[in-house]
Design a protein around this ligand. Sequence first.
Ligand code: APR
Length: 239
Amino acid sequence: MSKIVILTGAGISAESGIETFRAEDGLWAQHRVEDVATPEGFARDPKLVVDFYNARRKQASEAVPNAAHKALAKLEKLYDGQVILVTQNVDDLHERGGSKNVMHMHGALNSALCPACDHRWPAPMVMATGNACPKCAEPAARPDIVWFGEMPYDMDEIFDHLAEADIFAAIGTSGNVYPAAGFVTEARRAGAQTVELNLERSVVGNQFAQHRTGPATRIVTEWVEELLGNAVPARPDFR
Ligand code: APR
């Protein structure tokens, strides 16, 4: 059975109005990573961090899944093979766009984590510092986000899938952050066809055999329709 492994990044949610990280006006132009996306930053100023994720959780809850999210959900439903969706994104637009199995390797805004007992529970829309863990009552709840310097989730399972991939696609990710940026290397080692779908070439763009350039809402939809065999053949150029 054919297996497609897909990695998505902030670019797939851009057309839903959620800013990316490294665009000129992106999140990392507005906030210092070390202040809001590291364990040290959380220890230094937990309120700053909790408020940062409260704002992102609210923004994500008001955003609407776009055609690219929906296309990947259609692929998962109709493809005659296995579709593995791994996202670096912490919003839930893939799920709200209809995807059933989503691996959030960088965590999720809708989840809270107890650093004392590792318990996870649905995060309230507005978290406060010192929220107690519902399981062990430790007043240290934190956003269930994988910060820089922490181990992303599901890595063993993800690498197992990459080792069996027939197709590996990276959608809307700049290739700046490992281990995700290294997935294409693992997929190539497994002999997978590799395709990058992005507005422009990413930092690891040269590792991909194929590139589809444009806004995700258009190029992901076209790519999925081709995979499902519904694509209207490109109009031959009449010379
Ligand atoms: N369609 C397709 N691609 C797009 C679109 C769009 N409409 N808009 C932006 N992009 C592409 C950009 O060209 C860029 O390559 O999305 C990518 C966004 O890159 P980043 O902002 O670096 O986001 P991402 O790659 O997801 O970041 C990875 O870094 O800060 C950490 O944990 C954070 O998960 C994040 C990780």
